[in-house]
Design a protein around this ligand. Structure first.
Ligand SMILES: Cc1ncc(COP(=O)(O)O)c(C=O)c1O
Length: 400
C-alpha cells in the first residue's frame, strides 16, 4: 500500500507589501503582490468559473483597451503566446522574413520561426538599445513581411520612423511591448501604435499575474480572427455572445487564454497599474539622480532616454567599458550583498538563432551590450533604503 504523505501545514508568510528591508542581501527582483490582488484571486477561487473567458477576463480586456486607446485586447497566458498569435494573424509562411532586433528575448524570434519564417536580426541603437531603423531599412528584401520592434526597458522605439519604413514597403508593424506596459511614445501608449502589440505580465514585469500577457489589435478583421485563434480555432467566443447557436472548429488556432484565477490577479494588478508604474518610475529616478550626482556616469554608461519617450521604470541598466570590468563589478556587488544581473545574449549568435535566423548588417552594439550591461535591483516594492544600499555598494566597489 502506498503511504499517503500529508504535507505539513505551512503558516502563510506575511505579504511582502513594500517591505524590502535594508542591511541584508538585496535581490535583483522580488514579487510584490498587494492585498487586493490576493483578495481577487480568492474571489475567483470561491466562484465556480475557473476556466478562461469569464468576468475577470472581460474586465482585463476593458482595462487594457482603456490603457491603450484604439485597440481591442485579448488576455493571453504569456507575451510569448501573444507574439505567436501575431504571427498567425499575419499569416506568416515558410520563407517569409521578419526583421527584429538581435537584442531581444527568444520569444520574439520563436513566434516567427514556429510559422517557418526567418528572423532577420539587426543591430540596436547605442543609446536606447532599440532597433536601429536605418539598419532595418537596409535589411528589407522582397521576402520581408513585417518588423517586430521591441521597446527595451519600457523605452519606446522611434515609432514614426518605423511606421514610415513599413508604409514604404507594405510591411506589418508588430510591437513587442513585453516590457512597456504603461509607457508612451510622444504621448501614445506603446503596444497600440503598430498594427499589433503584445504585453507581458510575467512575474519579472511591472504588472504581473505570474505568467500572463495580452494581444492588442487595431483592425476588426484581426480581432475577429484573434478571438478564434485564442479559443482553439473555434468560434466559441461568438457562441458565448449568443451570435451562433453552436461553436465549431473554424480555423487553425490554439489555447492562448488565461484561466479566470490568473485573470483575477491580472485584473487587480491592472487596476493598480498607475500607482505601480509611478512607484517604479520614482525608484528609477532615484537611482538616476543619485548615481549622476555621485559622478558614476564618469565610470559607467547610464541610461539615455529620448525626450519623446515616457518610460515605465522597468529596468535601470548601466554599461561598463568592457566585459572584464562588467564581470568584476557583478562579482564585487555580489560580495557586498547586491544582486545585479546581465541581460540578453545576441540572438543571432545563439544555437537557434544561427540555425533559424540570419544577421543583416553589423552587430557591434548588441554584442557590446551583452558583454557590458548590468541591471540594478528593481521591483515594484523596492524601498529607498534598499536603493541607497545598492548605491552605496556601487560607490564602494567602483574605482575612485
Ligand atoms: C522583449 C520580450 N519579449 C517577450 C518576452 C516573453 O514574455 P513572456 O514571459 O510573458 O512570455 C519577454 C520576456 O522577458 C521579453 O523581454
Amino acid at each position: 500500500m502506498p503511504h499517503l504523505v500529508v504535507p505539513p501545514v505551512i503558516p502563510p508568510r506575511p505579504l511582502a507589501v513594500f517591505t524590502t528591508a535594508p542591511d541584508r542581501q538585496i535581490r535583483f527582483s522580488r514579487s510584490n503582490v498587494r492585498a487586493d490582488e490576493v483578495a481577487a484571486v480568492m474571489e475567483a477561487l470561491h466562484g465556480d468559473h475557473h476556466a478562461g473567458n469569464g468576468a475577470f477576463t472581460a474586465r482585463c480586456h476593458q482595462r487594457l483597451e482603456a490603457m491603450v486607446p484604439g485597440t481591442r485586447a485579448l488576455a493571453t497566458h504569456s507575451c510569448t503566446g501573444a507574439l505567436e498569435m501575431a504571427s498567425l494573424l499575419l499569416d506568416l509562411e515558410p520563407g517569409d522574413e521578419v526583421i527584429m532586433p538581435s537584442w531581444t528575448f527568444a520569444s520574439t524570434a520563436n513566434a516567427v520561426v514556429l510559422r517557418g519564417a526567418v528572423p532577420v536580426f539587426v543591430d540596436v541603437m547605442p543609446d536606447t538599445l532599440n532597433i536601429n531603423v536605418d539598419l532595418a531599412a537596409e535589411a528589407v528584401t522582397d521576402k520581408t513581411r513585417a518588423i517586430f520592434c521591441v521597446h527595451y526597458a519600457g523605452v519606446g522605439c522611434d515609432m514614426e520612423a518605423l511606421q514610415a519604413l513599413c508604409d514604404r514597403h507594405g510591411l506589418a508593424l508588430v510591437e513587442d511591448a513585453a516590457q512597456a506596459v504603461g509607457a508612451t511614445w510622444r504621448g501614445r501608449a506603446l503596444g497600440g501604435i503598430g498594427d499589433i502589440g503584445t504585453f507581458s505580465f510575467h512575474a519579472s514585469k511591472n504588472i504581473s499575474c505570474g505568467e500572463g500577457g495580452a494581444l492588442l489589435v487595431k483592425s476588426p478583421e484581426h480581432m475577429a480572427r484573434a478571438e478564434m485563434l485564442w479559443e482553439k480555432g473555434t468560434d466559441r467566443v461568438r457562441f458565448g455572445r449568443g451570435e451562433v447557436t453552436a461553436y465549431e472548429w473554424q480555423t487553425v488556432g490554439s489555447s492562448f487564454l488565461p484561466s479566470e484565477i490568473t485573470a483575477a490577479l491580472l485584473d487587480a494588478a491592472l487596476r493598480n497599474e498607475p500607482t505601480k508604474t509611478a512607484r517604479r518610475v520614482a525608484a528609477w529616478n532615484h537611482y538616476d539622480q543619485q548615481l549622476r550626482a555621485a559622478g558614476v556616469d564618469r565610470h559607467l554608461v547610464l541610461p539615455d532616454i529620448p525626450a519623446d519617450a515616457a518610460h515605465n521604470g522597468h529596468i535601470y541598466h548601466m554599461r561598463t567599458a568592457d566585459q572584464a570590468a562588467r564581470d568584476a563589478l557583478k562579482a564585487d556587488m555580489a560580495r557586498v550583498g547586491v544582486e545585479v544581473t546581465t541581460h540578453y545574449q545576441p540572438l543571432h549568435l545563439t544555437p537557434a538563432g544561427l540555425r533559424y535566423g540570419r544577421l543583416s548588417g553589423p552587430d557591434d552594439v548588441t554584442v557590446r551590450a551583452s558583454r557590458t550591461l548590468l541591471r540594478l535591483p528593481m521591483d515594484g516594492s523596492i524601498s529607498r533604503d534598499a536603493q541607497d544600499q545598492v548605491i552605496r555598494a556601487l560607490l564602494t566597489v567602483l574605482p575612485a
